[in-house]
Design a protein. Structure first.
Length: 164
């Protein structure tokens, strides 16, 4: 299976997003997926160009661990500094930090979170309701015991990451 057209990072793949092509064994990357069923509904961890083979490590989903930790949960956060978000890559480990507010001091929400994908500034996907969104959207895999705290805090306070 290859990308049928250019796909942005974070795309949930549909049947129309991929097509089957025959590649000689010596050109087929390890982990190449061979059926549309294997990719449909899965999240693309990074952008893919039209014609690029889709491999198992490019997809996030139920069958692939994203953090190396059993039961990891993926949480969406908006990073306050878009320049820092530009440095992030899928698979990178970061600490997620909530900024100080009038009632809370700055605090580490999750240590060693794994970046699943980054929706860069200007990519589509914004909502049409509620208050304006701030900062690039970053999906991170965290242990389930901190997922709710990370999600809730990121709605109330600015979020930053430290790179590991």
């Amino acid at each position: 299976m290859v990308a049928a057209h250019d796909l942005p990072a974070g795309s949930v793949l549909r049947t129309a997003d991929v097509r089957a092509v025959a590649l000689p064994d010596h050109l087929r990357p390890a982990g190449s997926l061979s059926s549309a069923d294997a990719v449909t509904g899965r999240l693309l961890s990074g952008a893919a160009r039209s014609g690029e083979p889709i491999t198992d490590v490019r997809l996030v989903g139920n069958s692939l661990p994203v953090s190396g930790e059993p039961g990891a949960v993926t949480v969406a956060v908006r990073i306050a500094d878009s320049a820092v978000a530009e440095l992030l890559q899928p698979g990178q480990r970061v600490d997620v930090i909530a900024g100080a507010s009038t009632t809370n001091s700055a605090s580490v929400l999750a240590r060693g979170a794994v970046v699943v994908t980054v929706r860069r500034s200007g990519e589509s996907g914004g909502r049409s309701w509620g208050p304006p969104q701030q900062g690039p959207l970053v999906l991170v895999a965290v242990p389930p015991q901190v997922a709710t705290q990370v999600a809730a805090s990121s709605l109330e306070r600015p979020v930053a990451v430290t790179l590991r």
